[in-house]
Design a protein around this ligand. Structure first.
Ligand SMILES: [Cu+2]
Length: 69
């Protein structure tokens, strides 16, 4: 089953930051698509609920150096 979430993420300043978040999240098995928007301070993620979860996704964003609100 897949689920889409929208996380409030601060710290992204430009397209490079968006790429960093996207690349990091795409390394997680189960992540289907990522839409990082620095201007809106949001990251939309579609993922397979049998393979990953919000906690793992949030942790990956934190590890990439950004803050999940
Ligand atoms: Cu940047």
């Amino acid at each position: 089953m897949s689920e889409s979430i929208s996380l409030d993420v601060t710290g992204m300043k430009c397209g490079g930051c968006e790429s960093n978040v996207t690349t990091k999240l795409e390394t997680i098995d189960g992540v289907i698509s990522v839409n990082a928007m620095s201007k809106e301070k949001k990251v939309e993620v579609e993922f397979n609920t049998e393979k990953t979860n919000i906690e793992e996704i949030s942790q990956a964003i934190t590890d990439a150096g950004f803050v999940v609100e």
